[in-house]
Design a protein around this ligand. Structure first.
Ligand code: XMP
Length: 515
């Protein structure tokens, strides 16, 4: 499965995961490692190619990330991108300097070497994404310049004989119009990869591997109904059938009808062979949340209570051999176990093993996949599209979409308002274009009038954002007619609401959720 591997060496650039994703889009398996990874470890993996990412440093400064010259002498094709390109030149005897003109944004690149394996079928000029303050002022011996821009004499260079390629721009970002083609050219033309990494074979191989690993063992999975845990559960169920038990905790903070939808797919009337336990713990959660209004406190209480409920169910089941976690590749990378950027972040899904369940080992069937690949695997195994393309939904659920204290009454209001909003957005086709949208309940009550009566009711806030990485986001432009219809339906159909507002705030300064 992994016999054709391309390695991405991460020098701290913000696009490192994108590079790996683009390689996988060419049906070549790819993993990210820190630039601190030892050369012997890299040799042992026997990669077909190595890609050096961008990074924020200047390669000529003393303590900047670097790599031993030996990397370029392994006989393995190397592609350096941005910082990676500069580093390649620097290490091999070229020259990198601070540029008189900083290049940033979409830039016209002129291809000088039409026969370059990297630029096969790429037009000239071609639009590429530049972001650099240093530039290659002199290529290393043996290299020829293969592309330039108005401000950058070396937009790309190569030493075809040694299979070394340097690209100053970022082919991995979508603004580089023919970037995927260039990466495909590198992995196919230069690395000679066949490109046989396919989702159907991944699924098949994983199922076989799980079967072998589990044997006759018992497996426990916490199912949230989100994409990752659902895909993991289906994969396990296909591998080992009812040796798998899924515990689904309904904390009463799910979207309208969501608990029943999860039960319809995974429960006894669903299509899968597994033991499904639904715990209706709504009252317990509402009780714990009584009087609590501080957002972080709410998160903590919901998280802890979730563990308590799961623990109680696990005790009833008794000792199990394996516990399933829906860890996906970005979790691994962001925890510093893969690439470089991550050493800064920690992630609850990786590394920390839960001590509240009696189990021997963790199974993480999606550990190697990006989110879009998890979705592909889900579709491959026949999961309903509605579930596979579900929007991100926070673990604490509606608990953080109700500002202030959570009560059963407020949950009902926000569930009903949210269901109307989603229905109308779907009907208007906005589900295809907007990243994440939901209704939240502000803690504000105000005076209104309905019929002849004075009301004193809640204001619902509608949120819709477009985001690529969830680190930044912009409020989506939802047509006024759609908003107006949602407003009128919420006011008419949801008791307890007399105002509807649209949140225009971007992130930053706002966050996507309101708490
Ligand atoms: P924010 O609100 O931080 O959200 O801009 C970014 C993304 O993360 C989700 N989110 C959470 N997910 N537990 C989660 O599992 C949380 O406490 C949480 N808070 C925010 C949010 O829905 C958005 O997609």
């Amino acid at each position: 499965m992994k016999n054709e591997l391309v390695i991405v060496l991460d020098f701290g650039g913000q696009y490192n995961q994108l590079v790996a994703r683009r390689v996988r889009e060419c049906n070549v398996y790819c993993e990210i490692y820190s630039y601190k990874t030892d050369i012997d470890k890299i040799k042992a993996m026997n990669p077909k190619g190595i890609i050096l990412t961008g990074g924020p440093n200047s390669c000529y400064e003393a303590d900047s990330p670097t790599y031993t010259k030996e990397l370029f002498e392994l006989g393995v094709p190397v592609l350096g991108l941005c910082y990676g390109a500069q580093l390649m030149m620097h290490v091999l005897g070229g020259e990198v300097k601070s540029a008189p003109v900083r290049e940033y944004g979409k830039t016209e690149v002129l291809v000088d070497k039409k026969s370059s394996l990297i630029f096969e079928n790429v037009s000239s000029p071609t639009i590429c994404w530049m972001s650099h303050f240093d530039y290659i002022s002199q290529t290393a011996p043996g290299f020829e310049i293969s592309a330039h821009t108005a401000d950058c004499p070396v937009a790309a260079a190569e030493d075809e004989a040694r299979n070394l390629y340097a690209i100053q721009f970022h082919p991995e970002v979508l603004h580089t119009v023919e970037g995927t083609k260039m990466i495909n050219n590198f992995v196919k033309n230069v690395c000679r990869c066949a490109g046989d990494w396919r989702m159907d074979s991944f699924v098949e191989n994983s199922i076989r591997a799980i079967r072998e690993k589990v044997g006759n063992g018992k497996v426990l999975c916490a199912l949230s109904g989100g994409v990752d845990s659902s895909v993991a559960a289906v994969m396990l169920s296909k591998a080992i059938g009812n040796q798998l038990t899924c515990v689904f905790v309904d904390h009463g903070l799910l979207r309208k009808n969501e608990g029943d939808e999860v039960e319809a797919v995974f429960g006894p009337k669903g299509a899968y062979d597994l033991n499904f336990i639904r715990v209706n713990a709504q009252e317990r959660f509402y009780e714990k949340l009584t009087g609590v209004s501080e957002p972080e406190n709410k998160r903590k209480i919901i998280g802890e209570e979730f563990i308590r409920v799961f623990e109680e169910e696990a005790k009833k089941i008794g000792a199990v051999d394996f516990l399933v976690q829906g860890t996906i590749y970005p979790d691994v990378v962001e925890s510093g176990l893969g690439g470089e950027s991550a050493v800064i972040k920690s992630h609850h899904n990786v590394g920390g093993l839960p001590d509240y369940v009696d189990f021997k080992e963790i199974i993480e069937p999606l550990r190697d996949l990006f989110k879009d690949e998890v979705r592909k695997a889900g579709l491959e195994m026949g999961l309903p599209e509605k579930l596979v393309f579900r929007q991100p939904f926070p673990g604490p659920g509606l608990g953080i979409r109700i500002i202030g204290e959570v009560t059963a009454e407020k949950v009902k209001i926000v569930q009903d308002a949210d269901a109307i909003y989603r229905e109308e957005m779907d009907a208007a086709g906005m589900n295809k274009t907007v990243g994440q949208y939901f209704a939240a309940l502000t803690n504000m009550r105000s005076v209104g009038v309905m019929g002849d009566e004075r009301t004193y009711d809640y204001a619902v806030a509608l949120r819709a954002v477009n985001t690529i990485d969830f680190m930044t986001a912009e409020a989506a432009e939802v047509p006024y007619a759609v908003l107006n219809k949602v407003m009128s339906r919420i006011i008419n159909e949801v008791k307890g609401v007399n105002r509807v507002m649209y949140d225009l705030t971007s992130k930053p300064p706002g966050t996507i959720e309101m708490e």
